[in-house]
Write a protein that binds this ligand. Structure first.
Ligand code: HSE
Length: 447
């Protein structure tokens, strides 16, 4: 073996423990592939663990580990923002390469962190931050490097997909499935990040930057979670040939789809009706999947476990293996020049293409209107939609139930959101409409 590479693992939760186990299980393969000896020298943990090899130093001073001479690569898997950011900056300033699974930190502070890493000639690798074990970062940064990416759509939160799948297949209550996802180590420390779409928005911000060569702009991602989805809507969607999935979309809108002032990039995560036979509609449980449409390649789909110890450890160690090769290179300028830039495009070439506001985005819609069973109410609703230039694709009206209210389900073709907002406001003002209109976006992109 040519060289020993010394790793520090900061955090021994689900992911950190998964990395230790992976190294123990696959050490011979790792050595054969990298040509180097890979050794965990230090772990950062608040309490001493007696299940860790006694030759590994256990330390609760994470800043000390980040600067230790006994460490080449720092694996940050503590999560959270404030402490993780301080540690990462300290590690970079001390010349350490960093591997992280921390999508929240990178989505919110990645521009600053990547610039600092460039300045210190080290790399911050983040495969594990997006879609767990699926090597989507490597694919987008390297394998698709010759393509122009038009759009991507993905199931990028395993917990949310697990919940939606169990609700639909088994009619299980939301809270019960979420508790199981937490026990299985899928959910974030704060599970509202999963169910409110924030975790997916973090990941989408990262994917969009490497797809389009734009700075990270998490604050501009339109974000809606799954907490408002009812079994009633899941069932109506199925009846109409659709399935509700929580999806992230990054879409380049140009003159062929939008007006001049609405050209830019859509970044949005939300529950979405997609056709039941679409590939993404059949990705279930904790699986993630990302569908990428690029030119000239066309559509490609990447699918696998999006959360959990083994999947995330696989992605962490893939990054470690890349860095082991960098550290083992013989020439002087071994780190930066041999690396794909952090956001896939040269930092000075990032573009300022605008991110569209929610009102400028264009999608189809599922509407559920609760109307009193009066003559003419359906005509009033459809007239409002037609006056707004909204094209109805399907309509389903159930018989009036005991209260004399009828649920009217309408699917529309794609429309700019501001037009739909105006139409819904008018529908809600009709005397024969009993309640707020339920709306869920519908997308045919993800076929
Ligand atoms: N909580 C995340 C998920 C873990 O459920 O997808 C992986 O990022």
């Amino acid at each position: 073996m040519s060289k020993s590479i010394k790793l520090a693992i900061l955090g021994l939760g689900t992911v950190g423990t998964g990395v230790v186990n992976l190294i123990n299980d696959n050490l011979a393969e790792l050595k054969r592939r990298s040509g180097s000896d890979i050794i965990i020298t230090e772990v950062g943990t608040r309490r001493q663990r007696d299940d860790i090899d006694p030759t590994i130093i256990q330390n609760d001073d994470l800043m000390a580990i980040a600067a230790s001479d006994n460490v080449d690569i720092v694996i940050e898997v503590i999560g959270g923002i404030t402490l993780a950011k301080d540690i990462m900056i300290h590690a970079i300033k001390n010349g350490k390469h960093v591997v992280t699974a921390n999508k929240a930190l990178l989505a919110e502070h990645g521009n600053e962190i990547f610039a600092l890493a460039e300045a210190h000639n080290v790399h911050v690798a983040y495969e594990a931050a997006v879609a767990g074990g699926i090597p989507i970062i490597k694919v987008m940064r390297e394998a698709l490097a010759a393509n122009k990416i038009d759009w991507l759509a993905g199931i990028i939160n395993g917990t949310g997909n697990f919940i939606m799948t169990e609700m639909r297949d088994k009619g299980r209550p939301f809270a019960d499935v979420l508790a199981e996802a937490q026990e299985l180590g899928y959910a974030e420390a704060d599970p509202t990040f999963d169910v409110e779409g924030i975790d997916a928005a973090h990941k989408l911000a990262l994917l969009a930057s490497i797809a389009f060569g734009i700075p990270l702009q998490f604050d501009k991602v339109y974000c809606e979670g799954i907490t408002g989805i009812t079994l009633q809507d899941v069932n109506y969607a199925e009846e109409l040939g659709y399935r509700i999935k929580h999806l992230g979309f990054a879409v380049r809108r140009d003159s062929k789809d939008n007006n001049q002032e609405d050209q830019g990039i859509e970044l949005r995560v939300h529950p979405t009706l997609i056709p039941q036979d679409a590939l993404l509609a059949n990705v279930n449980g904790v699986k993630n999947a990302v569908l990428v449409s690029s030119h000239p390649l066309g559509q490609t789909l990447y699918c696998g476990d999006g959360a959990g110890a083994g999947a995330t450890a696989s992605a962490v160690m893939a990054d470690v293996m890349d860095l082991v090769r960098v550290l083992g290179a013989n020439d002087q300028d071994s780190s930066r020049s041999h690396h794909v830039p952090h956001l896939a495009f040269m930092p000075e070439q990032l573009s300022d293409t605008p991110i569209l506001r929610a009102e400028q985005m264009k999608t189809g819609y599922y509407l559920r209107v609760h109307a009193y069973d009066n003559p003419g109410v359906l005509a009033d609703i459809t007239r409002i939609l037609s006056d707004a230039g909204i094209n109805i694709d399907a309509i389903l009206q159930k018989p009036a139930h005991k209260l004399g209210e009828v649920p009217v389900i309408i699917l529309t073709l794609p429309v700019i959101e501001s037009q739909m907002n105006e139409a819904i406001a008018k529908i809600e003002k009709l005397a024969a409409v009993a309640d707020k209109v339920v709306r869920i976006r519908l997308d045919e992109l993800a076929q």
